[in-house]
Design a protein around this ligand. Structure first.
Ligand SMILES: NC(=O)c1ccc[n+]([C@@H]2O[C@H](COP(=O)([O-])OP(=O)(O)OC[C@H]3O[C@@H](n4cnc5c(N)ncnc54)[C@H](O)[C@@H]3O)[C@@H](O)[C@H]2O)c1
Length: 342
């Protein structure tokens, strides 16, 4: 089955509002989720949605109240997300970081007591769209064992950096694990194997079985370097923002548990250091240098290609996911069937 972008957004918004999620929150969740599917991050798109429903049903995602600013300076803030949808909390927090960056050159907003926020790159894109640099990091419940170990202590700790330019979309958005955990969950749902060199089973042996990998651990990307980066993110998105860290992080992949992870949103205004157009031209000039050598991709190209492919051809929905949506539609008494196409 397939679904096209507008129906996807309207389905998700409809389901969430029916579950008492305020319209503004629902629209942001639907937009971030669609962004993931369009960019090809299906592990964090509509396939992740049943997890959010479970979170709402078990009360770990709240629908009432708002975020609170616990402390604030001209360039920093600490946000209590009050367990609202992570997408909404992150959106509002990046908006605040951007406001501060426009005023002081840099805005840094830490978040605790939020929820899973989908794709990190959505929030760095918010900065790019306003000619700011965006940097987003988060920790997650443990999935990655330190190099040499087999017990997961670190999260898949995503990092996204977005940079404005005149001609290119420049964005890296990735987990610091060899694979996002969502890709393993997706492989379990689809009955697929995972690539070699991505994960270990609980005995510490390499595995291509996604369920064994989820019970075991995911390797960091790039050997010790991915581990070292994930280690640092665990602290910057943990103790620094009054969130949990290491084995204390819960609720990012287990929706029945309260989410204790943290996030850090940073926005930088390049115009406070250099003429904005010179900066953006130089970013494009650098990309020309990189691309002049061969048929080379830059960070962000994959997303641009995927967005145009999915806008044209729609987003694939596997049979199991389709059935999950049909079950949700029966439960909530809303008609969704005609929004999916063969
Ligand atoms: N919410 C969470 O807790 C959480 C946790 C982990 C990951 N995630 C999300 O999962 C998604 C997928 O992460 P992933 O690690 O599987 O991504 P990935 O391994 O597919 O890497 C994606 C990044 O690599 C870049 N890239 C790909 N090929 C390239 C090439 N040849 N040259 C240069 N750059 C290239 C892409 O442009 C993109 O920015 C991300 O959106 C991430 O934010 C979220």
């Amino acid at each position: 089955m397939k679904i096209t972008p507008e129906p996807q957004k309207s389905i998700l918004t409809k389901i969430l509002t029916k579950l008492n999620v305020p319209t503004e929150h629902a629209e942001i969740v639907a937009d971030v989720t669609l962004d993931a599917d369009l960019k090809g991050f299906s592990s964090h798109g509509i396939g992740r949605f049943p997890q959010y429903i479970k979170g709402l049903e078990s009360g770990t995602i709240k629908t009432k109240g708002d975020i609170e600013i616990e402390n604030e300076t001209v360039s920093t803030a600490l946000i209590n997300g009050n367990h609202l949808f992570g997408h909404y909390v992150s959106y509002k927090s990046m908006q605040l970081a951007m406001e501060k960056a426009r005023e002081t050159g840099i805005g840094m907003v830490g978040i605790h007591d939020s929820n899973h926020f989908g794709v990190a790159g959505y929030y760095s894109d918010m900065a790019i769209m306003e000619d700011l640099i965006g940097l987003v990091i988060a920790n997650t419940e443990p999935a990655v064992a330190p190099i040499g170990g087999k017990i997961p202590i670190l999260g898949t700790n995503p990092i996204a950096i977005g940079i404005p330019s005149n001609k290119n979309y420049v964005s890296v958005d990735m987990a610091t694990s060899a694979s996002a955990r969502g890709k393993l969950m997706e492989a379990v749902r689809r009955g697929e194997k995972i690539p070699k060199n991505v994960a270990l089973d609980c005995e510490g042996n390499p595995t291509i079985d996604p369920q064994e990998a989820l019970n075991g651990s995911i390797l960091p990307f790039g050997a010790h370097k991915g581990y070292a980066l994930a280690f640092m993110i665990e602290i910057l998105a943990g103790p620094l923002v009054k969130a949990a860290f290491g084995t204390g992080v819960t609720g990012t992949a287990t929706p029945e548990e309260m989410c204790t992870k943290g996030d850090l949103m940073i926005a930088i205004d390049p115009s406070k250091l250099i003429d904005l157009n010179i900066f953006k031209d130089q970013v494009d000039e650098f990309i020309n240098q990189v691309k002049s050598t061969d048929n080379i991709f830059i960070p962000g190209d994959m997303e641009v290609r995927n967005v145009s492919k999915h806008q044209q051809n729609g987003i694939d929905i596997d049979d199991k996911l389709y059935q999950q949506f049909i079950d949700i539609s029966h439960k909530l008494k809303i008609d969704l069937e005609n929004l999916f196409t063969k």
